[in-house]
Design a protein around this ligand. Structure first.
Ligand code: M6R
Length: 590
């Protein structure tokens, strides 16, 4: 859940500044605190700067250097303090360590190292790595081999970067947490993802689990950690552009990514035809569909379950964190569809591994590339929404849902028809997202800004849509928003309604319309303020945001209203819409 970045041979001699800029691109991975370590160009000890809080417009006072590592933290072990921020030093100050992951056996390692008289300054699991390497170096091993041996003893999913003063190198190792290398012209980079160094190079290598690399002024060498043998490094060029990771004139990535959806939905409809048809055939031949994900990806799974049902296929949907009790039912007939923007979500990986172990065919519906999930999967369906930088997921969600809609239709041989519907959806949404319609949502946000509780109702497809809508409001504005199936209201939760309580009712123009309208009337009778999100107006609504009439695809517009409303409410309440409190973009811990 943290971001790590480093550079060797910085041509500007401003390695600390380069790392600071790179960390700003990785801040979505964690923003409790940040830190940088350098070897000064003028010689002397490793110098470190660490601070609590977001990087924002921070500057660094570190001296000139050509080699540096940096870290942006989402705290797991130890509170949010300067001391707990990475990098962490060994006792001698020879090595500095940055780390993304959790060392599950750190307490045992710490006790052993304390017995060897190592002094610890932080409460983190990371600091044990620095001291363990120092201890290993006492045996006369080279820094590379000391790092590899220590890394082999760590239990858990981890990625580390170790800056060594004497060798002037950075050693990196991966097991379960992402790490990429960038090869520039005479400069070499490491990062939790490529966005950190995309500005310098698109020539990359994604480390696999069990691999390490050593970055020096002479280049990058790749190793197998267990055998410590050198491996051939074969790089490839990523097709992401620098503009993809910039705000492009928008005040926030979140707004940019919401608006981009009209294009990304159309793009995703042109991708993966072969893979989708292959999976559709497996479903038609009796494959059992199990959809799984966390957070927004889980709501995507729930919505997709309705699409599969509309196509005549029974599918199951699980929050990945609740899948294990049901993993025993997975078998060779199971098509386990793991939905994930990052492909690094720990719970989703655990569920996917459990299903695969029982023989399931694993299908990754992912956005980010070269992830752990992608490596595990039998079929990769990359939805191609491009880098999603805002922590709050928007365009990855709609691209994933569009892809699963295509899959559901492909089973009945309606792929081309569905592809046309998706292209049309993108075009209709583009026409609808006018400044006038966005202003209507902004004006609604102004009316709702002081409320602390909101409720949402929806039925069938609009039930998961309401859940996703509510999550966008919660994440971006910190307002309590809770979605109910409209059928559930009378069974208890209607007690929550008081005079003026804002209640959103999400509709499609289908057979559920009348029932949801009746529920809205019942809410109104108890004093609720009804906000209709629908293609049609109704006398029950106190406020109405009109969304495009798109049949089964109407939920796309309805959800985008939630994304924009959450954004405007967040702005109005002074939150940072790109980096909501307590969150990180990829949740790589259980
Ligand atoms: O990378 P993933 O799609 O696997 O992430 C899953 C969730 O952590 C993610 O969707 C989260 O709920 C977002 N904050 C939603 O906006």
């Amino acid at each position: 859940m943290c971001g790590i970045f480093g550079i060797v041979n910085d041509g500007t001699s401003q390695a600390a500044q380069t790392v600071l800029d790179g960390l700003k691109k990785l801040e979505y991975r964690g923003y409790d605190s940040w830190g940088i370590a350098i070897i000064p160009k003028s010689g002397g000890r490793i110098r470190i700067e660490k601070h609590v809080g977001k990087i924002g417009s921070a500057k660094t006072t570190l001296p000139d250097s050509t080699i540096a590592i940096g870290h942006t933290r989402w705290a797991t072990h130890g509170g949010v303090t300067d001391i707990n921020a990475h990098p962490h030093l060994d006792c001698s100050g020879q090595i500095a360590v940055i780390h993304n992951g959790i060392v599950e056996n750190y307490q045992d390692l710490k006790e052993e190292l304390k017995r060897e008289k190592h002094t610890f300054h932080s409460e983190t699991d990371t600091e044990v790595i620095a001291h363990a390497i120092e201890e290993e170096l006492k045996t006369g091993r080279s820094i590379n081999h000391a790092v590899f041996s220590v890394f082999n003893t760590l239990v858990g999913s981890n990625a580390i970067g170790v800056l060594d003063l004497h060798a002037g190198s950075i050693v990196i190792c991966r097991n379960g947490s992402p790490l990429a290398i960038g090869i520039g012209s005479n400069s070499y980079y490491l990062g939790s993802d490529v966005t950190a160094f995309l500005k310098f190079t698109r020539r990359v290598y994604f480390l696999a689990d069990g691999e390490a690399a050593v970055l020096t002024v002479n280049g990058v060498k790749l190793y197998d950690i267990s055998s410590q043998a050198e491996k051939k490094l074969v790089t490839h060029t990523v097709d992401w552009k620098v503009e993809d990771v910039q705000k492009g004139g928008y005040p926030h990535f979140l707004l940019k990514e919401i608006i981009e959806q009209t294009a990304t939905i159309k793009k995703t409809a042109r991708l993966n035809e072969t893979e989708l048809k292959q999976i559709a055939k497996k479903i038609a031949d009796g494959g059992r569909v199990v959809l799984c994900g966390c957070g927004t990806a889980f709501y995507c799974a729930l919505a997709a379950k309705y699409y599969f049902s509309l196509a005549g296929i029974e599918a199951q949907a699980y929050g990945a964190y609740e899948f294990l009790p049901f993993a025993k039912f997975a078998d060779k007939k199971t098509l386990f569809i793991a939905i994930s923007q990052s492909g690094e979500t720990a719970d989703t990986l655990i569920a996917a591994k459990a299903a695969k172990k029982n023989g399931a065919h694993l299908i990754a519906v992912v956005n980010a590339r070269a992830s752990t999930l992608e490596r595990l999967s039998d079929t990769i369906i990359a939805v191609g929404a491009g880098p999603e930088i805002a922590v709050v997921s928007t365009k990855a969600f709609t691209a994933q849902l569009a892809t699963l809609y295509l899959l559901s239709r492909a089973v009945g041989g309606k792929y081309k028809e569905a592809q046309k519907a998706m292209t049309n959806l993108g075009a209709v949404l583009e026409k609808w997202l006018t400044p006038k319609n966005r202003t209507a949502i902004l004006n609604l946000a102004k009316k709702l800004i002081d409320y602390e509780d909101m409720y949402l109702i929806g039925k069938h497809l609009n039930f998961p849509a309401a859940m996703e809508f509510a999550l966008k409001i919660k994440e971006t504005s910190y307002i309590h928003a809770e979605a109910f199936a409209s059928g559930e209201l009378k069974h208890g939760v209607i007690t929550l309604i008081q005079k003026g309580t804002p209640c959103f009712a999400l509709f499609a123009n289908d057979e559920t319309r009348q029932e949801v309208l009746s529920s809205a009337t019942e809410l109104k009778a108890r004093g609720a303020t009804i906000i209709g999100i629908s293609p049609f107006a109704a006398p029950e609504f106190n406020y109405h945001i009109q969304t495009p009439e798109l049949g089964d695809l109407t939920i796309f517009g309805n959800i985008i209203v939630g994304q924009l409303l959450g954004y405007y409410l967040g702005i109005g309440r002074g939150t940072d819409p790109d980096k909501p409190r307590n969150l990180a973009k990829s949740v790589t811990v259980k």
